[in-house]
Design a protein around this ligand. Sequence first.
Ligand SMILES: [Fe+2]
Ligand SMILES: [Fe+2]
Length: 278
Amino acid sequence: MPTQITTLSENTASRGTGVLAEWGLSILVETDSHKIIFDTGASFSTASNVVEMGIDLSRVDKIIFSHGHLDHTGGLLPLLKLIRKPVEIIAHPDIWDNKYVKSPGEKERYIGVPFRREAAEGLGAHFKLTAEPLWLSESIVTSGEIPMLTDYESIDSVLYIKENDDFKPDPLRDDLALFIKSQEGLIVILGCAHRGIINTLKHAQNITGVEPIYAVIGGTHLMSASPQRMDSTIAALRNMGIQRLGVSHCTGLAASAILAQAFGDKFFFNNAGTSLSL
Ligand SMILES: [Fe+2]
Ligand SMILES: [Fe+2]
């Protein structure tokens, strides 16, 4: 069976009426062996869109959090109420850090997980927290911690962890991606790619031993990238032979336009309601 990828929630919506858009991301991944929800969006839009699109979640047994920001985790409780059975939640232990955004001239804002762990566990969640890659089958693996390898990618400087009354830069060690081996090469699902899209793809090649990157789907966090970072990112993506580039969410409109120009037919905007068979 080809890998089916359906975007359940995103900043914008692609089809018909009734599909809701909300800042955040949630992607359903179906393979022969698994039905996995990668991120849960920010709030009720994901569960609402599941109902609107007529998607059956009865086979879902795993949910992965790409990191501990609320726009990727906040939809969990409404989803668990729909699924109504035990679900394993795979994530990095640092998702529970006290995460904030603090932009120059603005008051800090809490952007961490917006529910208590016990509330999710009461609805059937079992947290499996690890910093290591986790193989879900012979062909599907989570990234674990992503090493910072390139010299042009860095963590967004407005992201912090609050400890007591101190703010320290958030290293986003919890940033995870999902890698799927396919006949054409790797399919990579991104949440926000806070540790860098190219760092993530290099890590995908390293831990799977597969060189060609066939498809990249999800948030790329290029919304505040410098022109130099955009150029280096595009050159690296070309080098990796990427065939499908479906960006979402924190890619931002300006960076999306630049990528659309650079990649032509290979580029698409991946928003709520987009369904792909790869
Ligand atoms: Fe994020
Ligand atoms: Fe995000």
